[in-house]
Write a protein that binds this ligand. Sequence first.
Ligand SMILES: Cc1cc2nc3c(=O)[nH]c(=O)nc-3n(C[C@H](O)[C@H](O)[C@H](O)COP(=O)(O)O)c2cc1C
Length: 270
Amino acid sequence: MTHKKITLVYFSPTATTKTVLDAIAKGTGYEVDSYDITLSEARKKIPQDLDTSVIVFGAPVYSGRLPKLAADCFKQVSASGIPVVPVVVYGNREYDDALLELKDICVQCKGVPVAAGAFIGEHSFSTQPAPIAPGRPDEKDLACAVEFGQKISRLLETLDPDKKTGDLVVPGNVPYKKPSAAKGVPFIDVTDDCTACGTCVAVCPVDAIDEDDGFCTLDDICIHCCACIKACPESARIMKDGPFKDTAAKLHQTCGVRKEPETFFAQTQK
Ligand SMILES: Cc1cc2nc3c(=O)[nH]c(=O)nc-3n(C[C@H](O)[C@H](O)[C@H](O)COP(=O)(O)O)c2cc1C
């Protein structure tokens, strides 16, 4: 490869992860190649034999872990010997074991983890009356993401292929947190404002919206990502009263103190 290329592979139902990864890529100054694996069709075409200088894997944090479908997809990428950067984006609560889980997947894909990041995005459950990390990533977050990209490109320039990269240490514990068991819990109401435009169907990562039944959400399939709520042009999709709305109200109260992005770098061994 004569010129430098950065490849982004990400799952991002409400686009905060995408926004952070785009800023990181901008910081490197490299040519950018993106694989958005948010929709089910895209997850059928896993990138293989990537000809790239570095791969950034990005995903939101769901209950302290990676969304399972994103993790399963990342595991199929072949990153043999390529520098990789795991990045998680979380809603100002905690990222718990998600970054470690993503770093471990990078190793499983035979990539060489050189850096990692945990950034903050507006919480998927955030609403106007009960905001959680509203407007994030904001200008300050994105400046940090650009700077992270610059540092990654400098690190890659100094990386001697004959010298092994030292361990990249990121926070997290093994065994990882137990995944949430919220499948099947009623989540979304469709109000009379629905115009049947089909936007919700087009953005759902798991095809959980039944157009033949009033665009209702199939609770056994839904992953609660809120893509349909955020994308609805009529604001006709709202959280039902119940456990999720209660969680959102609690997060609004408890996650008000601003967290800042964290970045980590591997030490190169002489
Ligand atoms: C089901 C679910 C679980 C979540 N769990 C967490 C969590 O454990 N900690 C946290 O800080 N944010 C959590 N979030 C918020 C997302 O990580 C955050 O909003 C992220 O920016 C969404 O990324 P996206 O815009 O790329 O979809 C959760 C969101 C969803 C939908």
